[in-house]
Design a protein around this ligand. Structure first.
Ligand SMILES: [Zn+2]
Length: 269
């Protein structure tokens, strides 16, 4: 039992060289479980390999919502930073379907209307629905990335009856987050380690039901200090912030978060 990070990217090119150091730091900070999220078939495989090397790491297999429509993005000539040849989206969906029993959650998946133009929204939604269905059929929780498409994501998950969901780094209105928590049982929000300097995440910690909150880092992004690199060890700092905001002890925060994690994931962190 201990702290956990439900949304890390330890296989990110920015972090791979620091693998041993990051895992040692996490352990020293009391982190017992890191869900490393895959973005495409190559990354999913890397996450899976890493989980075999470290007992802290549990694999999540996904398809990043922008990767889900990458051929269309290229066809339309949209400028998007890519460092590798994109995978074919249907092959990527099939990869998740073929390996789903080996992951602890399907993620990250979702809808991104920030990078993806409206012409491709329907196509993106089609891929998203396939991945949600794979998770539901395999009885796996889902880790959601959504940007500028929170309401549509909410509608689809409600319609499809997704019952175990973590909304990672929720960027929509706090009011919508509260509505999701009210209307959809089994939906959680993971708060990144920049929480102290983010008005919106601070509001979420203050106003969402405590039994719907989880910890994440999205490392290497969203560090506690602007411009820094985040890492799983930083979740301990977010937990300390929650103890201050909730006016409870760190042990009470740990108990609450552990039980939230267990309800979503089906195992103790
Ligand atoms: Zn992510």
């Amino acid at each position: 039992m201990g702290w956990f990070d439900v949304h890390a990217h330890l296989t990110s090119p920015h972090l791979v060289d620091r693998e041993a150091e990051l895992l040692a730091n996490a352990k020293a900070a009391g982190v017992t479980t890191i869900l490393s999220n895959g973005l495409n078939p190559r990354d999913n495989q890397a996450v899976w390999d890493l989980s075999k090397r470290s007992e802290l790491v549990r694999p999540c297999f996904g398809l990043y919502p922008v990767d889900a429509v990458m051929p269309g993005m290229i066809r339309l000539g949209i400028d998007y930073p890519r460092d590798e040849e994109p995978a074919d989206p249907q092959e990527a969906v099939q990869w998740v379907a073929d390996h789903v029993e080996h992951c602890v959650a399907v993620g990250e998946i979702g809808l991104d209307h920030y990078w993806v133009p409206e012409d491709l929204w329907e196509e993106q939604e089609g891929v998203f629905r396939q991945l949600v269905q794979i998770a539901i059929d395999a009885d796996k929780p889902i880790i959601i990335h959504t940007r500028k498409a929170e309401r549509r994501t909410f509608e689809i998950l409600a319609e499809m009856g997704a019952k175990r969901v973590d909304w990672h780094c929720f960027g929509g209105k706090v009011k919508l987050a509260r509505r999701i928590a009210d209307e959809l049982e089994g939906h959680y929000f993971s708060i990144p380690s920049n929480v102290r300097r983010s008005q919106s995440f601070t509001r979420m910690v203050q106003t969402l039901p405590r039994e719907r909150i989880l910890l994440e880092t999205d490392c290497p992004y969203l560090a506690p200090e602007p411009g820094g690199q985040s890492e799983p060890a930083h979740v301990a700092g977010s937990a300390a912030f929650m103890a201050e905001e909730w006016g409870v002890s760190l042990d009470e925060v740990r108990e609450q978060l552990e039980s939230n994690f267990e309800r979503l994931m089906g195992f103790r962190p």
